[in-house]
Design a protein around this ligand. Sequence first.
Ligand code: GLU
Length: 440
Amino acid sequence: MTVTRFAPSPTGFLHVGNLRTALFNYMIARKSGGTFILRLDDTDPERSKQEYADAIKEDLEWLGLTWDRVEKQSDRLERYADAADQMRASGRLYEAFETPTELDLKRKKQLNMGRPPVYDRAALALTDADKTRLRAERSPHWRFLLNHQRIEWTDGILGDISIDAASVSDPVLIRGDGQVLYTIASVVDDTDMGVTHVVRGSDHVTNTATQIQIIQALDGKVPEFAHHSLLTGPQGEALSKRLGTLALRDLRARGVQPMALLSHMARLGSSDPIELCTSLDELIEGFDLSHFGAAPTKFDEADLFPLTARYLAGLPLEAVAEQLAAIGVPQDLAPAFWAAVRENITVLDDMKDWWQLFSKGAQPVIADEDREFVAQAFAMLPPKPYDANTWANWTKAVKEATGRKGRGLFMPLRLALTGRAKGPEMADVMPLLQVLPKLA
Ligand code: GLU
């Protein structure tokens, strides 16, 4: 059975980059009737916060990305300690004592000599006496002893990958203060939970190489790995600094609709066209990981708004009835109001302006040369109530009386009645006008 997981650290809000990872793993699991696990990587007690864990769930729920179960790494620390013992016993975990400053110095020296800054394994040469002396001064951290051979896998997106383990530092799995690090926790979880597919950002490619050896050292089964490209801004600029402003909750507050966001993120960076889907099932149906490429993926938040507008335009009245009531649209006018505005809004909030305009009267816009014409036309307005024919009948009469036609006839009247050059059909607008604008 397919088992995937989305494994955010609850150290901040989810952003569009995280969403890609979540969505891919979700779709892979759902497509094959498998299990999708939400795993909170919270081994860092300083930075992990309950409010972020809650926010992650809330954001996923907003999008409808349901999970089958939640796991928390902070609940599994004993299990990681056991795994560490197992690796100590098999000689794959070794004590090292360098301070961050010493390590930094080593790296600088290596770089100065034109060598890659790979940990030199000096700790392996320590005698028992050295270690006893050092342990009295500082607590050791623990590194995984990589086998220096090539690590290979066929990546679901990047294709065949081969990394020379000798070009990678032995990863630190346990810090001097005893904190278990993500690299081992993730591997133990993936192994214990039977994770079959891991999709994550391409910033994890080197991690994957080391994790493959750790999985093997723990006699686990190596899952299928796929690394999606990282998002860049529209100009190809790095997005990492801006991701904070692309939090899912901010997009939500700006009116982006879940299906618009999901439709965009589920296809962006693939050879499939971005099409607005109206359900997750439809998205899952058309999803194929092998259609994604390795090149950085350009993301422009502006693209989310036309999709949102299209999504809203297709919604039936029932879907927005609550929001209409909340902004004060009376129930009897709701069908006509929604029919009139649904194609004239980008986000739901735009409905407010239209209702304000219909219910309170617009601020009319009248060019000097149209002043007389508009006054004459307004004097010819029939008594209320207005219906679907009011506009046609009225403008026909105005045309006959003034000789104006086409745009010269319609546009000044639209501008005078709505204060806007664009909007719903005027035939639909007339019956909605509760108050006529006052001509100055
Ligand atoms: N907590 C890790 C991250 O957010 C998870 C990476 C993984 O999927 O293994 O980067």
